[in-house]
Ligand binder design. Structure first.
Ligand code: C2O
Length: 535
């Protein structure tokens, strides 16, 4: 293993999309940002230098960060953000992971344009558990706003209303030709007939779960969230913000051009957004002028298409890559996730109310000092440890909505080192029918069960898959249903858990786990680096 060094200069860059140019916040002037290439067991050093007027922090989404919470990145959770003109060295080791992840800004809405791929190759000499592809290609799905993204969310917060939806979806930074800008090109993937390619697909969109498909070609899924899966073939993937999927595609046609499409799944009825991003798969030797074989994206409410994909996911669970599912549970939490409305005296457009979101009716309030620092240095008054293991009123999906109004707090849930945790995430579905892709920092978890309606603690666990459930870091809590996850709390520190739809995070759909140090060697948080930013 070796040390990989990168420098991320956070700079403004004029960028042209949808036939208009605007300055956006980027890493090294690129959108999407540079790919981090590492191997399992490598140490990664990334110096992030902030040259913009916003505070910045970068999260290495899905990297375990064993004992290195100082490098995890969520602003005010594990670090204070890097202020204008300052820099910070992220320093972590990639342990026991291989596949595709993403890095992204983790402060304000900067993630919209500040994101990129993390490619983790297996250790040298260790093959993939699937046929070696001819080439590997990163495919990043995203969103584009014509106006300044920070202005979009600030306006929403002051009015109390939902923010404007994006003006386009993107594939590797490009929407492809659209009606109000037909001349713009899109991403083109060049292939040779008969060869197999590994697509490393990432959803870096802020607020949109997306379908992804390619005309005339099947996708063979081999990995999600940097964990190998049992391979399966499918036409259409569904991928939530923060999730990654590796899929093999064989160029089994002889020639031609084929459309690639990314389109929204389960749009909120409040903010309808049907835009499809397109790109092309282009066989070498095919004339540029030849027609493109089209594909029709699934409609936004194509739940059956999404379920087909989600229900096919299983851990590889081979001898070499066993699924280490916790079989017993030390801490059992039942957490409602949903949207609500709180009073707001200044929200004129919102008629005196504002949209909020919560977990167990707690709307998380960002502290002004990082919680990990407060924990490590014993600073009091920053957070409390009373995050409730259950909602204040027993949730009943068919009953009257009990959790429209929420209380504010910076509450964490404390667990001892190496305890096992089960969390059942129950969608309340009261205001909007949307999946909530919930992301846990610092751990992978096993998605042991899911269902529709109310979770039943007596009967539902009997159907849990404790053999080969998919292992990942971000899971869609189904609209009007629940999902159950289990993880081993083997990573001391403070670990954020939140909805990866940025608008819901902003509204407060977030909490954190505090995992205490253990007693043995290598069971404690490492000391903070000397350049750790100050608040
Ligand atoms: Cu990818 Cu806390 O986020």
């Amino acid at each position: 293993c070796r040390v990989r060094q990168y420098t991320f200069n956070v700079v403004l860059k004029n960028t042209n999309r949808l036939c208009a140019s605007k300055p956006i916040v980027t890493v090294n002037g690129r959108f999407p940002g540079p790919t981090l290439y590492v191997r399992e067991d490598d140490t990664v050093l990334v110096r992030v230098v902030n040259h913009v007027k916003y505070n910045v922090s970068i999260h290495w989404h899905g990297i375990r960060q064993l004992r290195t919470g100082w490098s995890d990145g969520p602003a005010y959770i594990t670090q204070c953000p890097i202020q204008t003109g300052q820099s910070y060295l992220y320093n972590f080791t990639v342990t026991g992971q291989r596949g595709t992840l993403l890095w992204h800004a983790h402060v304000l809405w900067l993630r919209a344009t500040v994101h990129g791929a993390i490619v983790i190759l297996p250790k040298r000499g260790v093959p993939y558990p699937f046929p070696k592809p001819h080439k590997e290609v990163v495919v990043i799905l995203g969103e584009w706003w014509k106006s300044d993204v920070e202005a979009v969310i600030n306006q929403a917060l002051s009015s109390g209303l939902a923010p404007n939806v994006s003006d386009a979806h993107t594939i590797n930074g490009h929407p492809g030709p659209v009606s109000n800008c037909p001349s713009q090109g899109g991403f083109s993937l060049q292939v040779e007939a008969g060869k197999t390619y590994l697509l490393r697909i990432i959803n870096a969109a802020l607020n949109e779960e997306l379908f992804f498909k390619i005309a005339g070609h099947q996708l063979s899924v081999v990995e999600v969230d940097a964990v190998y899966t049992k391979p399966f073939k499918i036409d259409t993937l569904v991928i939530a913000p923060g999730q990654t999927t590796n899929a093999l595609i064989t160029a089994d046609q002889s020639s031609g051009k084929y459309l690639m499409a990314a389109s929204p799944f389960m749009d909120s009825p409040i903010a309808v957004d049907n835009l499809t991003a397109t790109a092309t798969l282009h066989y070498s030797g095919t004339l540029a002028s030849s027609p493109t074989s089209l594909t029709s994206p699934p409609p936004p409410n194509a739940t059956a298409v999404a379920n087909k994909f989600v229900n096919s996911l299983r851990s590889l669970n081979s001898k070499k890559y066993p699924a280490k599912v916790p079989l017993t549970v030390d801490h059992s939490l039942f957490i409602t996730v949903g949207l609500g409305i709180n009073p707001c005296a200044t929200c004129v457009a919102g008629n005196g109310s504002r949209a909020v979101a919560s977990m167990n009716n707690v709307t998380f309030v960002m502290p002004t000092t990082a919680i990990l620092q407060a924990h490590y240095f014993n600073i009091s008054g920053v957070y409390t440890t009373d995050f409730p293991a259950n909602p204040p009123v027993a949730f009943n999906y068919t009953g009257s909505p009990a959790n429209l109004q929420t209380t504010n707090g910076t509450k964490v849930y404390r667990v001892p080192y190496n305890s096992t945790v089960q969390v059942v995430l129950q969608d309340t579905g009261i205001i909007a029918t949307e999946n909530h892709p919930v992301h846990l920092h610092g751990f992978n978890f096993f998605a042991v069960g899911k269902g529709l309606g109310n979770y039943n603690p007596k009967t539902d666990p009997q159907n849990f898959n404790l053999i080969d459930p998919v292992e990942r870091n971000t899971i869609g809590v189904p609209s009007g249903g629940w999902t159950a996850i289990r993880f081993l709390a083997d990573n001391p520190g403070v670990w954020f858990m939140h909805c990866h739809l940025e608008v819901h995070t902003t509204w407060g759909l977030k909490m954190a786990f505090l995992v205490d140090n253990g007693k043995g060697p290598n069971q404690s948080i490492i000391p903070p680096p000397s350049d750790l930013p100050k608040c």
